[in-house]
Design a binder for this molecule. Structure first.
Ligand code: ADP
Length: 366
């Protein structure tokens, strides 16, 4: 047995899971909410682990922003801690909680190898044509403005599973990670070559509470109308997307309302699906022929209706959904495309914790 503790320490919550990397089984998991003191939260987690009799041999941490510094996971040392701290301006909501988590774990488990696994790392293979914004070069360089992309751990895990499922050494295709947050990723031979999130997770798809793509001039326009930057930030990140359009952030609620003929909910679903479809088209244009379109995360794995809406009308691109297979509820990796579909349509449950545990074990040499 090789138990690896996976820690996802946010600004106000601590999520943990111990995974045996010999069997990939989850041994114990927990969520501590309303965290104000990370040291106290770690003490509680250590007590929970002790009570369960599980002793981790390495620790993997989810870190949201690795900037351009990290294209791989890293064993935590003082340099890595400094680097994560220096990236706080790019991820003010996430990196401080992640950093507090690493420090809490170092205090709770002195001597154990700690590994930082970055949500941005998988996308560091994007070419400049995909990651650069067409802005003033001076501003771009001075403030490290570029597309970084997120959900990299999930896109990486799902791409490997897809390759395995298809019996190919490497996966080429489009992954739609549709959860509360959402992002699309163009994967060429197992490497990310484009993704829909940008400098921050705000860009791209319509999400639970985030707007995704918009005309950047909307921000200036709202500021000129008298809204403060904080108000605009809150509105676009917390009160936009499905929440902004319908008052409900959870797609299940929006689907239910749409099925009861709620016009507002129906239109929101159309906006959501069209945005996702546009990214599929854009990435097909960039990638050329692909093996598969992959759906993952809460919505992608569970909502046959959204899969149907997003793939509707894509037959001319070789993407044809089998509506019967699409209805089958199953937790395993599966193919929901028609037998004559040139491009496979796969549903692959993501498992970011397992990917963090695997990457941690590899780097720690256990
Ligand atoms: P997170 O991004 O927080 O990790 P998840 O990947 O767990 O989120 O996805 C959460 C979202 O998945 C929720 O907003 C919920 O609407 C959606 N979801 C879960 N199950 C279903 C379902 N059966 N049908 C539609 N949407 C679902």
């Amino acid at each position: 047995m090789k138990p690896v503790l996976v820690v996802n320490s946010g600004s106000s919550s601590l999520k943990y899971q111990v995974i045996d990397v010999d069997t990939n089984d989850s041994l114990i998991s927990g969520l501590i909410e309303r965290v104000s003191d990370h040291t106290a939260a770690f003490e509680q987690m250590v007590a929970d682990l002790k009570a369960s009799g599980v002793t981790p041999i390495a620790i993997g941490h989810r870190v949201v922003h690795g900037g351009s510094k990290f294209s791989q996971p890293a064993i935590v040392d003082q340099n890595v801690l400094n680097a994560i701290e220096s990236l706080i301006p790019l991820a003010p909501l996430h990196n401080p909680g992640n950093l507090a988590g690493i420090k809490g774990a170092m205090a709770a488990f002195p001597g154990l190898i700690q590994v930082a696994v970055f949500d941005t790392a998988f996308h560091q293979t994007m070419p400049p044509a995909a990651y650069r914004y067409a802005i003033d070069r001076e501003l771009e360089q001075k403030y490290s403005i570029r597309r970084y992309g997120f959900h990299g751990t999930s896109h990486s895990y799902v791409s490997k599973r897809a390759a395995k499922f298809l019996g190919k050494p490497n996966f080429t295709g489009v992954v739609l990670h549709l959860g509360n947050g959402g992002s699309a990723c163009a994967v060429l031979n197992g490497r990310s070559v484009n993704t829909s999130m940008g400098l921050t997770p705000l860009q791209g798809l319509v999400m639970g509470t985030r707007s995704g793509d918009l005309d950047p001039a909307i921000v200036m326009y709202l500021a000129n109308q008298g809204l403060s930057l904080d108000e605009i930030d809150q509105s676009l990140n917390k009160n936009a997307g499905l929440m902004g359009m319908t008052g409900d952030a959870d797609l299940r609620d929006v689907l239910r309302r749409a099925n009861q003929n709620d016009a507002v909910a129906r239109e929101a679903l159309e906006v959501y699906a069209l945005r996702a479809k546009q990214y599929v088209g854009a990435y097909l244009a960039q990638l050329g022929p692909i093996d598969a379109l992959v759906f993952t995360a809460g919505v992608g794995e569970n909502s046959s209706e959204m899969r149907e809406r997003i793939t509707d009308g894509l037959e001319h691109l070789g993407i044809a959904l089998d509506s019967e297979k699409n209805q089958i509820r199953d937790k395993s990796d599966r193919d929901v495309s028609r037998a004559d579909s040139k491009v496979k349509i796969l549903v692959i449950p993501t498992n970011e914790e397992l990917e963090i545990a695997i990457q941690t074990a590899q780097l720690a040499g256990i």
